[in-house]
Design a protein around this ligand. Sequence first.
Ligand SMILES: [Zn+2]
Length: 519
Amino acid sequence: MSSRGPLMSSLAVVNGLVWPPRHRATAVAVMGDRILATGSDHDVRAQCGRHTRVIDARGGSILPAFNDAHVHFLMASRSLAELDLYGAETQGEVERRIDAYAASHSGPWVIGRGWFYSAFPGGTPAVELLDRLVPDRPAYLESFDAHTGWANTRALEISGAFSTGVLKEAAMRGVTRHIPARSRDEDLEALRAGMRVAAEHGIGSVQEAGEGQDELELWDALRDADELTLRVRLAFDMVPGLDSAAWKERLTLYDDLAHGRRNDAWIAAGILKAFADGVVESGTAALLDPYIGTAGRGEPQWAPDELAEAVKAADARGWQVQVHAIGDAAIRQALDAFAGATIELRHRIEHIEAPSPLDLPRFAELGVIASMQPQHAEPNRNLLEIWLPNLGAERAAFGWPWRSILHSGARLAFGTDWPVVPLDPAASLHVAVTRQTRAGKPAGGWLPDQRLKLAEAVAAWTFGGAYAEHAEDQKGTLADGMLADIAVLDGNIVATPTSELHALKVTATIVGGRVVYES
Ligand SMILES: [Zn+2]
């Protein structure tokens, strides 16, 4: 290569619409694992040599690769080989899928996930039903949100669990710890399959919301074998019930595990994950006032000052903290815990389904990132027939208020919570800007004031995710010197009617300058 000529790119994407559209660029040049330049096709082709690989975007969109700010990647990857009940709207459909799976799989257990509460009378499945469908072996099927388990009698007998067959929150462990453990090779194979799903959907980075301390070794093994096609940041678990000395001891252990990984571009650490409550559907989200039709308010997982104390200790040692908080009481407890914490650490609240309107301005005031998953707010039967009646119309009117939070000056980071909903950014963008199902229901959208502009939603899926993991100087935008993490979509995203956003397909995904998917 001439030392005087222009730098030659190793890879180029041309003939597209480079995000954001106001820059009017049509092409991106990549050298090694970094972006060399963006510009016109003409400019970028001038930096292409004989050895440059050129990808034709065919008039589609060239975006920063998506960054899913909240996933359960290992759990979801494992479930790819199991029974999938997601999207089954009726009990009949659930039964049909269980039947078909049990008939064609001979394993010692029937394991699966994804059922909607709304598929069953009263929002709860029955043990007798699962006994009838799977009489010969233990069966354990998790709800779509991973907060409720449905077991048959064989599974309950093995577990010695005394239960109606429906297990909420921590009670799920009573059965799950008896399910035969997956081998390390099975887990590695699962992660490879999960990475393929991510690549097919234009995802370059995921942020694993918990259990990261147990996954480091698996991800390291994939990196050592040069098999990584996805960047991951692993949250370590922060649990209630430890006294101050025990929590500090745990933090010391975490400090050791995270050593040298705070800024690792592929397998990063530096954040802790806590659950403040459960979910609205099963009555375990923590509310300020009772659920409709009962005296229960749900159970906070942490004692009143306990969460704040644990956050304080973690914050003092430089740990970012993310707290799952769905009910208004849990969201308030999390915000209270972050009051007085270090703003630069960018603490986060996850989900934010039913906040009190009084708390919305506090995200911006405290510098707390709102990490939300638009597909959770898809106005399907589960939302309209279970979630909404449990809260009542008055509280439901503030459901997933991402536009209010953004416009108050707070930061948004979007994701899926895979396997809770599919790992599909296009489906997520669709709900974020329409507040409708893909069938366009309800007309005008559910709580349409909370619809985002497309640019706001794309930002939350790219820059917002990077900001939420302290990496916005490395990824999340397509600019010279940034990591070459790029998603190419088949359509012009700006010209696509919002009702069709969910149908956009990824035609190529590039991570670290490497093409990891091409359709
Ligand atoms: Zn989650």
